[in-house]
Design a protein around this ligand. Structure first.
Ligand code: NAD
Length: 514
């Protein structure tokens, strides 16, 4: 399978200059070190080069950041929620103003094509708008009391410092989902971004600090710490961090979840997915192909919601696979900044090696691979691949594993019950979809004995969620929910209040005492 490759790639000097321009425009005054200097490296998957080095946070820096955020919390929690909303509203305005610059940083560090990078910043703007509205809707319930002259109610209070740990593939949106909501809820935030995307994080932090200055909020409501896993571990273990919201691999979640639980902290885990789409004989196949190709090949297969398994009725499998392979042939792969590119680079060499290993394992397990080749773009350190389609004879170990690269495994089914069971057969439970025009099939998939995922769609792919819904998944995906709906409740604590306004003291359940 051949795809066109957009070259030449931008030079490192050109990328450095774009980074400097973007960071200056957003108001960051960070010192960017030369590539050879020590510290945290900032690289680009576009050409695989180290662009800059940055000062890495020490454990002492994290300690200080937590202390500052904890101190800011003592006043921020008492600031009226709509006033807290004004800070998030200002952040949203600055994001609108600097959308292009922030998106350029996302493209440089995460390799997303421009349209997807702009979409990610738009998601930040959307969640800011949502959070501003929420700042006037943080309400509890009043519940009928069984006792006369008593009122029973729920009050929602701020929680404390929220430690936000994020993955490379959504370097800005996930921070915004957490931070915009946490701030209106009265919490303060310490952010540990992926070590692969520190420049993007510096851009976000600069905008939030400006927003704080503009509305007169303490800048300590948001702190940024840069570094690798050990820096995240400090947030995980520190009892001053009330909630650890961690996004990343299942491997990371397995470490973070028990450590936070051991100190009775709260964890919100958004981990890996292994998402499937069921395509039935009643599907609109052309619409299905469009949804499948975007979900499977978009972001070079590096979304948590990427479509990784296609479960197709045996009667239409040959036709559908032929259409997908034909569509894949048209996908322009290459420089994510170039107009028309639809598939950018993999994040790094390890990701490419994982893809090669998975394809070899799939072949050993009886799979027939189409695509998956690496393109020679003249830069040894850059990894551009043609998305792969793999027809599998049945369920197997490789199909049950999330390989963070564009591999679509195709499995066939005979009955819808079998298709639903195949959808649910993996340890992860993030996203799923069904393509059908038959309402009975659709409702079966969405029902209590249907898809076991946090996201179940009809006639759209598995990726590209809107911020208005709660986002997250079940099983090894971690169970957390972020962004819209009532996800804000994870960022607050609930107090149940019983108020006795009578002159009597009746006890609940009719108990008498003396
Ligand atoms: P990763 O797990 O390697 O790293 C994620 C973050 O966790 C990084 O900031 C990393 O430094 C930190 N980290 C790793 N181990 C840690 C530990 N023991 N303690 C504290 N922090 C630790 O993930 P990645 O490669 O950056 O991202 C890809 C993965 O993230 C995929 O599995 C993808 O599905 C998942 N993801 C999930 C969601 C979701 O919402 N469910 C969203 C985006 C990405």
């Amino acid at each position: 399978m051949t795809t066109t490759v957009k070259t030449p790639l931008p030079t490192s000097d050109a990328l450095r200059s774009r980074v400097r321009d973007a960071l200056t425009a957003v108001g960051s005054s960070v010192t960017l070190g030369d590539p050879g200097a020590g510290g945290l490296t900032a690289s680009s998957p576009i050409n695989g080069d180290v662009l800059f080095t940055l000062r890495e946070s020490s454990i002492g820096d994290v300690d200080a950041a937590i202390a500052e955020a904890a101190h800011a919390y003592t006043t921020w929690r008492l600031t009226p929620a709509p006033v807290r909303g004004a800070l998030v509203a200002r952040l949203g305005e600055l994001l609108v103003e600097h959308k292009a610059e922030l998106a350029a940083l996302v493209t440089i560090e995460a390799g997303k094509i421009t349209s997807e990078a702009l979409g990610e910043v738009q998601e930040m703007i959307d969640v800011c708008e949502f959070a501003v509205g929420l700042s006037r809707q943080l309400y509890g319930k009043t519940i009928a009391s069984e006792r006369p002259g008593h009122r029973l109610m729920e009050t929602w209070h701020p929680l404390g410092v929220v430690g936000v740990i994020t993955a490379f593939n959504f370097p800005v949106a996930v921070w915004a989902w957490n931070t915009a909501i946490a701030l209106v809820c009265g919490d303060t935030v310490v952010w540990k971004p992926s070590e692969l995307t520190p420049l993007t994080a510096l851009g976000c932090q600069a905008l939030l600090q400006r927003a704080c200055a503009d509305v007169g909020a303490p800048v300590e409501v948001s702190r940024l710490v840069l570094g690798e896993r050990e820096i995240g571990e400090k947030l995980v273990d520190d009892p001053r961090v009330a909630l650890v919201s961690a996004t990343g691999s299942v491997r990371m979640g397995r470490q973070v979840g028990p450590r936070v639980a051991a100190r009775f902290g709260r964890a919100l885990l958004e981990l890996g997915g292994n998402n499937a789409a069921v395509v039935t004989p009643a599907a609109d196949l052309d619409l299905a192909v469009r949804g499948i190709v975007f979900s499977a090949a978009g972001t070079a297969g590096q979304r948590c919601t990427t479509l990784r398994r296609l479960i197709v009725h045996s009667s239409i499998a040959d036709e559908l696979v032929a259409k997908i392979v034909a569509a894949y042939r048209q996908l322009p792969v290459g420089d994510p900044f170039a107009e028309g590119t639809l598939v950018g680079p993999l994040i790094h060499e390890r990701s490419y090696r994982d893809m090669v290993g998975a394809l070899q394992q799939a072949e050993a397990e009886g799979g027939e691979v189409t695509g998956g080749e690496r393109h020679d773009v003249g830069d040894e350190g850059a990894f551009y691949v043609t998305p792969a389609v793999v027809r599998m004879p049945g369920q197997s170990a490789v199909v049950h594993t999330e390989t963070f690269a564009p591999i679509l495994y195709v499995l066939t089914y005979e009955t819808l019950d079998e298709a639903v069971a195949m959808n649910n057969a993996v340890p992860q439970g993030l996203s799923s979809s069904i393509f059908t025009l038959d309402i009975r099939e659709a409702e079966r998939f969405l029902g209590a004995d249907g898809s076991d995922c946090g996201i179940a769609n009809v006639n759209i792919g598995t990726s590209g969620a809107e911020i208005g819904g709660a986002f997250g998944g079940e099983k090894e995906t971690g169970g957390g929910r972020e962004s819209g709906s009532d996800s804000w409740k994870a960022y607050m604590r609930r107090a149940t209040n019983t108020v006795n306004y009578s002159a009597e003291l009746p006890l609940a359940q009719g108990v008498t005492f003396g």
